[in-house]
Write a protein that binds this ligand. Structure first.
Ligand SMILES: NC(=O)c1ccc[n+]([C@@H]2O[C@H](COP(=O)([O-])OP(=O)(O)OC[C@H]3O[C@@H](n4cnc5c(N)ncnc54)[C@H](O)[C@@H]3O)[C@@H](O)[C@H]2O)c1
Length: 252
């Protein structure tokens, strides 16, 4: 699909090598954007390019770690003079580890990717957006941004934290023409299972109870379509929104 929703626009997408980030790159390129996609996973980025087929020239892929400020600066510079859309998608799970079993290393790693790196990416695009008087940031949060039973303590705290970041940017930078919104997926069929396997039995049993009302898994392009709309001019009156895309799970 190629349409004009993002014609002439540049988008920066993290987590572009897998799952929701990969689907977002494909969606935005189809919507007419030039896209810079970043990920740690070089093979995943190659797969994204392959899936773009003839549209691949519209995308530039960069391998790197968004917890590294130097790489964040490189990624933003690669997008050029202006970034119309930043899609903060990259994230990792925390193996459902509850607080009493938590080691600082896991907390630091999960908060580092899911919260601090999102802050750094967002901070890095602000100057160009403020100068342009426009820009849009969509941050992928989670059902775990709203409740305590869908992940371990690190993931849950990180995903609650990004809601505060999203709302801060919406409030302080809205008058400067910048919109900041969140999309909250439920269960999505992606590669995040690699950091989801439970390591503490009783905590997983407890989490399973909260999953009793979980709808069927969504495919990543359903989340990408929400990101595309929320980031676009069609949503120009939407700022600071917390948009669930979870098949109604959080309504249970
Ligand atoms: N899949 C789900 O069920 C689900 C549910 C709710 C929220 N989410 C959120 O959706 C987002 C995307 O996750 P996904 O499900 O597509 O997972 P995924 O594992 O398929 O993709 C995440 C990508 O982020 C990349 N990444 C991780 N750390 C990085 C870093 N430091 N620097 C650069 N890239 C990095 C990974 O290499 C991977 O390619 C995450 O923020 C996740 O928390 C996912």
């Amino acid at each position: 699909m190629v349409n004009s929703r993002y014609e002439g626009a540049t988008a920066l997408v993290t987590g572009a090598g897998s799952g929701i980030g990969q689907a977002t790159v494909i969606r935005l390129v189809g919507d007419g954007a030039q896209v810079v996609g970043v990920d740690l996973n070089a093979a995943g980025l190659d797969e994204t390019v392959a899936r773009l087929g003839d549209l691949a020239p519209a995308a530039t892929m960069l391998v790197g770690d968004i917890t590294d400020q130097g790489f964040v600066d490189t990624a933003v510079a690669a997008a050029g003079d202006r970034v119309d859309l930043l899609a903060n998608v990259a994230g990792i799970m925390d193996h459902f580890v509850p607080l009493d079993a938590l080691e600082d290393e896991l907390w630091d790693r999960v908060l580092g990717v899911n919260l601090t790196a999102v802050m750094r990416m967002t901070r890095a695009v602000l100057p160009a957006m403020v100068a342009a008087g426009s820009g849009s940031i969509v941050t992928v949060a989670s059902k775990a941004s709203l409740s305590g039973g869908s992940a371990g303590v690190s993931y849950t705290a990180s995903k609650h934290g990004v809601i505060g970041l999203v709302r801060h940017v919406a409030y302080f930078y809205g008058p400067k023409g910048i919109r900041s919104n969140a999309v909250l997926p439920g269960a999505v069929n992606t590669g995040i299972g690699a950091s989801s396997a439970p390591t503490v039995d009783w905590a997983m049993e407890r989490a399973m109870a909260s999953m009793a009302t979980m709808p069927a898994m969504a495919e990543p392009d359903l989340i990408a379509s929400a990101i595309s709309w929320l980031g676009s001019g069609e949503a120009n009156n939407v700022n600071g929104a917390i948009l669930t895309s979870d098949g109604g799970w959080s309504a249970a």
